[in-house]
Write a protein that binds this ligand. Structure first.
Ligand code: ATP
Ligand code: MG
Length: 385
């Protein structure tokens, strides 16, 4: 038998009536895959994770990063009889007091098994009395408790204290897969995280332009992908060499169009990669108006070379909000290491804010982009983390 037990609550997945089995399977699998030594099962609208003592910290970390979960907490299990439940409740209450959670408490009971002889209210009263008798200095406060002891009467009785919030969203993979254009900046990892939260499995594509961009820039993107792998363990990184394409732009196009042509090329190459990898969409870290290449007109052109949906989840967010999320996800520190992105290196002195579509089309047509992009994609390096 395992030493430790986590009780997991899920949210939105339970609403998807017809798809529910698929979502639940994806959720169980997401946990199971990352906790191979544990037992993961579902029963009566809860998921249970049982593991050994030494695996408990890792299990808590995995649950913190599993999309689809609303909350999770460590629980103890007791036989469905009042003496055993009372003993367990008194023991847990003493441990909460020892951990400094406070003295004002409340017992909350959910009686899922309606055959249990006492009502929820009767159970709560009885457990409250027992805790007050056993643990000195406590006080029941049903309106503003400092901690809640939750009791669920199911196949057995489960007792737990304060829960940790899960990240919400949908299990990764149940919304299909997409290619994330991942640079070393702050925005694109956050964009990927937001789409993964809605169930999209990610493959990242980084466009590398050696020798203009350094090996460190590439390492940085690998490090960011590794952090994202905490949220989507199956993420891959495709490193696509774009130097020849960028050189062609600099040779043949007006300087002020450089960024837009480069970005359009990245989108086109990512689109081809997506088809090849059987992914259904692209994701970028663009945010409306943030820079010249992210105006309505600029995005209109850079997104015009592909036939897949492009998701830009940061479009309506301010930089401060994006930074707040980057800190929460754990990518901010890596993203702010000094680095050289090709978009910055080759950014024109006077970038176009309202590019003329006909001009841009003409410049694009003069690049013979598809030949160069096809060559670049032949040399893609795929990194599994
Ligand atoms: P980020 O912080 O993600 O770099 P940004 O605000 O710096 O974004 P840009 O550099 O203009 O914005 O890039 C816009 C988007 O284009 C990025 O969010 C990313 O999705 C994509 N992108 C830019 N450069 C690259 C690159 N070298 N490889 C892959 N994608 C890129
Ligand atoms: Mg950038």
């Amino acid at each position: 038998m395992s030493d430790r037990l986590f009780l997991v609550k899920y949210g939105e997945v339970s609403l998807k009536k017809g798809n529910r089995p698929t979502f639940m399977r994806a959720l169980r699998l997401a946990i199971r895959r990352r906790l191979p030594g544990s037992s993961v099962y579902e029963s009566w609208h809860r998921i249970y994770v049982e593991c050994r003592d030494r695996d408990a910290p890792a299990a808590a970390e995995v649950l913190r990063q599993t999309f689809g979960l609303v909350s999770y907490g460590e629980a103890v299990r007791a036989p469905k009889e009042m003496p055993a439940i009372s003993d367990a409740a008194a023991g847990l209450a003493a441990s909460f007091v020892a951990a400094g959670l406070g003295t004002r408490f409340k017992v909350e009971v959910r009686r899922a098994d309606k055959r249990f002889p006492l009502t929820s209210y009767q159970i709560a009263c009885e457990l409250g009395d027992r805790i007050l008798r056993d643990v000195p200095g406590l006080k029941v406060d049903v309106h503003q408790p400092e901690w809640v002891l939750a009791v669920e009467i199911r196949e057995e009785a489960y007792l737990y204290g304060p829960e940790s919030p899960g990240p919400g969203g949908l299990p990764v993979g149940c919304s299909g897969r997409g290619v994330l254009l991942l640079s070393g900046g702050i925005d694109s990892p956050v964009a990927g995280w937001m789409m993964a939260k809605r169930g999209l499995g990610l493959e990242a594509a980084y466009f590398h332009t050696p020798p203009f961009t350094s090996g460190e820039a590439r390492e940085k993107v690998i490090a960011l992908t590794r952090i994202l792998a905490g949220w989507d363990p199956r993420i891959l990184l495709h490193v696509v060499p774009l130097t020849a394409f960028v050189a062609r732009i600099r040779e043949r196009a007006p300087e002020e169009e450089t960024t837009l042509l480069m970005r359009a090329g990245m989108m086109r190459a990512a689109g081809i990669l997506a088809h090849r990898r059987d992914a259904g969409c692209l994701v970028t870290g663009e945010s409306l108006g943030q820079v010249a290449s992210q105006t309505v007109e600029s995005i209109g052109f850079t997104g015009s070379r592909i036939d897949l949906p492009v998701f830009r989840p940061l479009c309506g967010m301010d930089k401060e909000e994006i930074i707040g999320l980057a800190r929460r996800i754990g990518t901010f520190e890596t993203s702010t290491l000094p680095y050289d992105d090709c978009c910055v290196l080759f950014s024109p002195v006077h970038p176009l804010i309202r590019p003329d579509r006909a001009h841009m089309e003409a410049s694009w047509n003069g690049l013979d982009a598809d030949t160069l992009l096809a060559e670049a994609l032949e040399r893609v390096e795929t990194i599994r983390l």
